[in-house]
Structures are given as C-alpha cells and as structure tokens.
Design a protein around this ligand. Sequence first.
Ligand code: B12
Ligand code: SF4
Length: 472
Amino acid sequence: MKLHVTLVNPPYPSERLQHLPIIPLGLGYLAAVLEKNGYEVDVIDCQALKLSHENFKKEIEKRQPNLVGITSTTRTYKSALKIAKIAKEVHPECLTVLGGPHVTFWDENALQECPHLDVVVRREGEYTLLELVQRLESGKKYYDVLGTTCRKNGKIVKNPDRPYIENLDDLPFPARHLWPLEHIRKYEDMFYLISSRGCPYWCEFCAAVRMFGRIYRVRSPKNVVDEIEFLHKTYGAQHFSFCDDVFTVDPHRTEEICKEIRKRGLRIKWGCGTRVDLVSKELLTKMKDAGCVSVWFGVETGLQEVLDDMNKGILVAQTEKAFGWLRELGLRPVPNILLGFPGETKRTAWRTIKFAEKISPEEVSFYNIATPLPGTPMYELVRQKGWLRVTDFDKYDCTTPIFETPTFSMEDQRKIYEQAFQSFYLRPTYVIHMFSKGYTHGISAFRKALSHLIKAIKSGNLIEIMRAKILY
Ligand code: B12
Ligand code: SF4
C-alpha cells in the first residue's frame, strides 16, 4: 500500500492580523507532486478552517499518516512546532517534517528546539519531500537526502542543498482540490498562482530571494495560461493574483502571457507585483489590455540614501515615473513601504510617508515595520549590533517593532506606523477625491477620516502629525 501523507498549515499564533484564508501554494505544489506519484495526500489547513491546536489534534486522530509535513513562516514557526509535537504524540510512528522560509535558515535550531521534529526541508521542497516519502516506503534510511537537515544517531546532520528545479513547467498545478475551496472563496474570490521563482536582485531585508535563489526561473507563458484557463473552466475563476516576487523581469515573457490570455479570450482580472525599474508604459498598457487591474511595487522608502542602504537598486525617480504610468492607465497602485530599516530616523520615515501619499494619493500604502527575518543580512546586522529586542517569533508579523537602533527606537516605530495611516486618511484631498468618485465613496471616506481623527486626538498624535508634515 502507498504511504499516506498529511500536510498541515499551522494556526496563526494570535487572533491579530490574520489574513483572509488563501491556499498556500507551497503546500499545494507539494501535494500535487506526491499525488502525481501515486501517494495518498490530505491537508489540514488550520488557517483556512480556523482550527486551534486542540482542533488539529482531533483532526489528526482521525487519520493514519506515515508522514506529517508542516509549513511555516517565521510568524507561524512556534505554532508549527506545536503541531509537530501533537502529531508525534498521536502517531509516534509518523515522520514529522517541517519546511518553509523560516526553517530553511533555522534548521539546526528547529531540531534542537523541538525533539518531536524529525526532518527539516530547506528551500524548494517538492522533490525533497518526494524522495523522503519514497525512502520511507522502501524502508531505506533518509539521513542523506539532499536539501534536508535531520537527526542521525542523536546528532544533527545538515545535508547539502538540493539544486533548484530547472524546468518549472515539469511541476503539476497546485492540488487546490484538497482545500475547502467553496469555504475559502466566501472570504475572497481570488485564485493565487505563481509563474516564476527567484529574483535577480539581492535586497538586504528579503528572505524570498535567499529561499528561491538569485536566478530567475520561469514557467512558459503557455503553461501559466493553461493553469488560468483550467481554473477558469473548472471553478469559474475570474480573479487572479500572481504571487511572483517580480512578475516582469523578462518583459517579452510578460507580453507573451498577456497575448496568450487575450488569444484564448479569457475575460479575467488579475494583479501582480514587480519592481518599478522593470516596467514601461508600453508593458503596463499590454498588461491592462489582458485584464491586469492592480500592480504592487516594493517602493520601500522615498529616500535614495535609504534605498541604497537596502541595496534595492532603484531610483526614487523611477518610482515616481512608474506610479505616474499607473495613474495614467487607471491601474490600481499598491505601494509596499518599509518603515524602520536600520539607519532610519524620524525625518526619513516622515519623508517616506509624505512620498507615499504623493505617489499614491488615493490608495493607502501597504506599510510594514522592517522585520529582521532569519537568513537575511538585515537579521545578521541587527543581531551583531545588539539591536534585537524581541526574540519571540510569534510577534514577527511585520507590524510589531522587533529591534531598535540608536536613531530610531521601538516607540518611534510603533508611533510612526500608527501615524502613517492616520496621516493618510486625515488629508482633506483624500476625502474630496473620494467624493469625486461618487457619493457613497465620499461618505465612506469621510467616516474613515473621522474615525482616524478621533484616534489621532485620543492618542495625542494629531499635533505630532501636523508638526511632522510641516517640519519634514
Ligand atoms: C503569497 C504570500 C503571502 C500570502 C500567502 C502566504 C502563504 N501561506 O502562502 C499572505 C498574504 C497570506 C502572506 C502573509 C504573510 N507573509 Co508572505 N509571502 C507570500 C509570497 C509572496 C509567496 C508565497 C508563495 O506562494 N511562494 C511559492 C511557494 C512555492 O513557495 P513556499 O510557500 O515557500 O513553499 C515552498 C518551500 O518553502 C517549501 N516548503 C514550504 N512548506 C513546506 C512544508 C514541507 C513539509 C516541506 C517538505 C517543504 C515546504 O517547499 C515549497 C514548494 O517548493 C512569499 C514570497 C515567496 N517568494 O515565497 C512571501 C513570504 C512567504 N511572506 C513573508 C511574510 C513575512 C509574511 C507575513 C509575516 C507578513 C506580511 N507582511 O505579509 C505574513 C505571514 C502569513 C503567515 N501565514 O504566516 C515572508 C516570509 C519570510 C519568513 N521568514 O517568514 C516571504 C518569504 C516574503 C519575504 N518578505 O521575504 N504572504
Ligand atoms: S527585488 Fe523584491 S524579491 Fe528581489 S531581492 Fe528585492 S525585495 Fe526580494
């Protein structure tokens, strides 16, 4: 009999900041590769079903898995370890395996911190997990599987990395049928997919490029649009979001994807993320013609010197240009902003907030507090300098201050983060603009502004915001 694998998305550590349920593509790909090879797979997605650890225990008791594979980010790392413990207590014979962007860089620590964990899979997991399962099935030892860190005779062994998957078209589409799709779609009728892995850049704060490599690997336009068409025909999917870190590295490929969508007459809407230096007005126009409605950019900051410290490799002027094109074309901009990067001061943070409001006056930016993620140079810098103040990974949610520098305290970060939103909504131009879009939009913007005004007064931020806007 073929082995049985249960894949688990662990619960969030707290009620705070839970994203709408979404199918995690990583687990989706792992499941698809196992199914393609004839293994029985099921999924317990605690985030999608809002299952606590106690509920997970009840679920896992109903199954007989030979291997329990758990995913995690830094924020869900501790939660994932609890899952491993429960799985091992309920099924002592099963192999517990953990993967994802946190343990890739925290592998030996994870095995030391959790005696219930057997194997950590680093970086891309599809073929590593498959090999683990095949070894289990044939009764062979698994201590030397590429891309794993595991225990051997009581010692932790770190095996060499597995080479990245060269041809992404070889992968089956994520096994979305294993998720409660109807339930997930009630929250947001959006299908996530990914058309490339890796990124040619090397920003100091970024864990993604260290996970998937500095080489840009792509799926062919045909393969990408086959997936879109399959989802459109099978589930009536109309809204798609590309999770690629940089969707438009190769403009020719992007154009080919757009052409293919149009050629097949797919009337869909989609969004993607990329860099401001990797778009042109011509490319954005073609994307819009193929159904693109929104583009998010890693703007990070409005100051050239901070961009340079981040090793971002873009110019502030390029950001302004790209946002100008989005406005002209009527595409929804989503600026991703990072507040509190080492070297930040109140002055630079406020200049960035004002910059964000200038380039995106109608859409509030996606503000993040700079978070040192293991595996990144930023994490090493913060640790070596002795700036790290919070080591509880449950708090690594990108909205909680984690470290402080001599120029920017934790309190500065907390305040700036709060004030950034208040500053956006308290602009009269925002409310006026929303009224120009229609009465209902105007009223809702007015209500939002009022509630932020009350919060700003209560927290004593109002005067500070007004002062900062004049001063900086
Ligand atoms: C889409 C996305 C989201 C979505 C969905 C997340 C999800 N669960 O899939 C949403 C919006 C919910 C989200 C939220 C957050 N995200 Co996010 N997100 C992404 C993004 C852009 C794509 C994820 C993806 O689909 N990747 C493609 C798949 C194929 O890769 P994968 O998921 O990593 O899985 C592969 C391997 O990791 C491994 N693997 C993973 N799990 C397992 C399990 C086993 C058993 C095995 C064997 C292998 C294995 O094999 C998989 C297949 O190759 C990534 C960047 C990136 N390029 O990955 C950031 C990323 C994952 N997010 C990140 C962060 C920080 C967050 C947030 C904390 C904060 C924020 N501001 O967004 C929250 C935390 C959410 C949570 N549940 O913990 C970081 C995580 C870094 C870290 N160390 O934790 C990343 C890497 C971006 C970055 N900043 O560098 N995110
Ligand atoms: S461009 Fe984006 S994906 Fe690439 S290294 Fe920088 S932040 Fe990471």
